[in-house]
Design a protein around this ligand. Sequence first.
Ligand code: CP
Ligand code: NVA
Length: 307
Amino acid sequence: MTKDFIHIADFRAEQLSRLLERALADKKLFQAGKLPATCTRKTLALIFEKPSLRTRVSFEAAMVQLGGAAIALTEQDIGLGKREAISDVAAVLGRMCDAVAARTFEHDTVVELARHAAVPVINALTDYSHPCQAMADAMTAAEVLGGLTGRKLAFIGDGNNVARSLAVLCAKLGAHFVLASPQGYELGEQFVASLPAGPGSFAQTYDPRQAVADAAVVYADTWVSMGQENQKAQRLAAFRGFQINDELLAAAPADAVVMHCLPAYRGCEITDAVMARHAKTIFAQAENRLHFQRSLLNVLITEGGIR
Ligand code: CP
Ligand code: NVA
């Protein structure tokens, strides 16, 4: 039994598949007005060291839909690790709330919260990974394509948190992950070596056209992640040529779907025209954050963890 949801790599393929199936089934129940309120009087503490739209709203809405409530706390509110030790914050929240979700710069901050909290802790994005996003994306792929297994996902852009979580999830689910990035923005050797062997595969290239050939999914993330604002000029220059536009998509299969974790910087990593054509899938990814996390909260809070 795993108490927390911190990194996709912590779970076996069948545990991840079960979570996805449950989230898809719960989504249907919810839409039919039949999902029971299993978290009545339960509370989620939500910690944010960085901005958020989707993550904050989806966690807060999910708790209300389950009959409970969420309490959002910013860095200014609590001074995590500054006003008070991370271990003390975890000890207090674990006594007052039924779960904690945290978006932090350092990945180790979430790991330490989990170590010291008696309740489940969820990674709501760190500089290292974004597992809830990857799981919501796999739900979307299941709905749009019938699943990721055996398919190729071409990630065009930065070898960062979202790419890392998707690469691990693809390896676990038997999908083929390819990252096309400029030199210097690849996924690191240590991470690549840690990827589980299995039916899936992993590759990196500097050629986005090569990456999108045979791809079922072409995926975009921002070129300048939260916390990297001081590198904006050099990043915009480095990533020129890695935009998802009609010219690049001409090298992809005609039925390839475009995904974006959002927020999107139109005119940078993706054009307005591509966003418009693939809006249905892209906003389904955002909506599925709600459906995945509601199921995850239900499992972690009412069952004590992931079996
Ligand atoms: N995709 C995502 O995590 O969005 P937010 O940063 O708005 O939460
Ligand atoms: N890589 C982006 C993802 C945003 C959801 C960031 O970290 O800002």
